[in-house]
Design a protein around this ligand. Sequence first.
Ligand SMILES: [Zn+2]
Length: 104
Amino acid sequence: MERRFRDLVTTLDVEELQKIQHDIETGGIHLKNLVDDTIRSKLKEHQKVCATCNNDLDPYSSSSYTLIFGPSDFRKQASFCGLDCLSFFLINLKEMKAEKRTDE
Ligand SMILES: [Zn+2]
C-alpha cells in the first residue's frame, strides 16, 4: 500500500507537528537524520529477500546480486539469489517497458 507524507502529517498531534516545525526552522537536522536512517534501513530490508522468488538471501553469498536502477533522485534497488532470478527480473522489466511503449 502506498502511503503519502501528507496523509502521515495529518495524523500527528499538534505538539509533534510543532516539534517538527521547530526542527525545520532550525535547519531540519533531526528530520534529515530520521529520513536518512529510515531510507538506509528500508534499503537493507530489500536486500534480505530475492525480488523474484522471495527466498531469504544469504548476506555472505557470492552468488547473490543487487540491481540499482532509476533516475538519480529516485533510485530503486532489488536483490536476487542468483543469475536465474536476476535474468527473470530483467526479462520481465524489458517486457513491461515494451508493453508501456506500445500503449503510448
Ligand atoms: Zn531468487
